[in-house]
Design a binder for this molecule. Structure first.
Ligand code: B12
Length: 220
């Protein structure tokens, strides 16, 4: 937890560096955060991600356009590269296998990449199918690898509906597989309606939820 103003200032620098798409200042702030012993996870969730959320808001306000978004994302990734090796693991004893990807028609992969990073750091074996992934590919890969979990991401109301088909097909063939969905337009209610096992609003909660799911599988 941040307790003093020097630490708060570094979190602000991380956030502002992403907003101003300034990779160098983000790198510098990330190093400062580590020097001040700010937990890497806190630097990510209270610094970098709020920066990206603000970039999204500026885009919606039409103050920013596509180039600014992409440069903001590069600044976010520059910070993640430095902070990632310092994230403390939730529980290294739980190592699940996960198939992850962004559904067909959807290229928004910044959020999915953050979820993937959290899972990898915690020791999960993640098979990342990338973005704009054909619905059938999720089903094929889940069956081929017999992964314990499947994580689906979507950022558009038009593309999230594809999740239903994937969930139905995977559950028909492999009911044991735990399916978690996420992305801004997705909700707990939709997860339940579509037959998924869970939903999480952000990457930190996604990891906590995933650990619970893997634990419940191991207890079967
Ligand atoms: C970045 C962005 C883009 C970038 C994408 C770059 C990339 N490589 O990702 C570019 C510029 C390419 C783009 C293009 C388009 N975009 Co766009 N984009 C955004 C924007 C501004 C930010 C999204 C983002 O990265 N947020 C930051 C991350 C960190 O948050 P996140 O994605 O929500 O992820 C977190 C959680 O959701 C969760 N999570 C994510 N995935 C998963 C998965 C699981 C399993 C779990 C548990 C959790 C989880 O954890 C993450 C981290 O904590 C949003 C607006 C907004 N304010 O959200 C619009 C937005 C998503 N885009 C939109 C649209 C319409 C488009 C376009 C069609 C064109 C256009 N008119 O702008 C195109 C085409 C997209 C396509 N075919 O996919 C709309 C979607 C509308 C809707 N509701 O359907 C939005 C909402 C903007 C708007 N209001 O119009 N976009």
């Amino acid at each position: 937890m941040v307790t003093n103003s020097a630490e708060q200032e570094v979190l602000n620098e991380l956030r502002d560096g992403v907003i101003n798409y300034d990779e160098d200042s983000v790198r510098e702030a990330a190093k400062k955060a580590l020097d001040l012993n700010i937990a890497a996870k806190q630097a990510i969730f209270d610094g970098l991600i709020p920066g990206m959320v603000e970039v999204g808001r500026l885009y919606e306000e039409q103050e920013y356009f596509v180039p600014e978004i992409l440069m903001g994302a590069d600044a976010l990734y520059a910070g993640l590269d430095i902070l990632k090796p310092h994230i403390e693991d939730e529980d290294m004893s739980i190592k699940g296998t996960v198939i992850m990807g962004v559904v067909q028609g959807d290229v928004h992969d910044i959020g999915k990449n953050i979820v993937k990073m959290m899972f990898s750091v915690a020791g999960f074996e993640v098979h990342d199918l990338g973005r704009d992934v054909p619905l059938e590919k999720f089903v094929e890969e889940q069956l081929r690898t017999d992964s314990e979990m499947l994580c689906l991401s979507a950022m558009m109301t038009t593309t999230m509906v594809g999740m239903q088909e994937i969930i139905k097909k995977v559950k028909d063939k492999n009911p044991q597989c735990k399916i978690m969905i996420g992305g801004a337009p997705v909700s707990e209610d939709l997860a339940e309606k579509w037959g998924a096992d869970g939903f999480a609003k952000d990457a930190d909660n996604a990891l906590k939820e995933a650990i619970k799911m893997i634990e419940s599988l191991r207890h079967l």
